[in-house]
Design a protein around this ligand. Structure first.
Ligand SMILES: [Zn+2]
Ligand SMILES: [Zn+2]
Length: 142
């Protein structure tokens, strides 16, 4: 079972399984609505998806004709997107609380990726936020 919830916890859903691969979407709209470098996404057939709580808080907007993005109006977390004519919803994996058991398989809309965002194992990795000079704004002493 896949469980997902928003940042304030008032909206939650469950999905029986992922029905498609996890894709990192770099499209301009995903980057904007998530205020993030990209959005990790995965498809779930509608019959495998159920809202658990927070129905009254769920809002959506149409980001492209026929595509709606659903979010918690209390905290702003985006939870799913859907195309009205398709048989599945698209989970926003950043709001998934459980381990889906699979690794991301691909990057999509990479043509929209900004020039400052590049990938590489050469970047340092931290298990939590580093208390490091690396994270200070340039020129900052604090
Ligand atoms: Zn919320
Ligand atoms: Zn996207």
């Amino acid at each position: 079972m896949i469980l997902g919830s928003c940042a304030c916890g008032k909206v939650a859903y469950e999905a029986d399984q992922l029905d498609g691969p996890i894709c990192h979407c770099h499209c301009k709209t995903c980057r904007s609505v998530h205020a993030s470098s990209y959005s990790s996404t995965a498809r779930v057939y509608r019959e495998h998806f159920r809202w658990l709580r927070g129905h009254a808080l769920i809002r959506n907007f149409e980001s492209s004709p026929g595509k709606r993005r659903h979010f918690c109006r209390a905290c702003g977390t985006h939870l799913i997107a859907e195309w009205s004519h398709l048989a599945y919803v698209i989970l926003r994996m950043g709001a998934v609380d459980s381990d889906p058991g699979v690794m991301p398989s691909t990057h999509i809309w990479y043509s929209h990726s900004p020039s400052w965002l590049r990938y590489g194992e050469e970047l340092p990795h931290y298990s939590k936020g580093p208390k490091s000079a690396l994270m200070r704004p340039h020129g900052s002493k604090r």
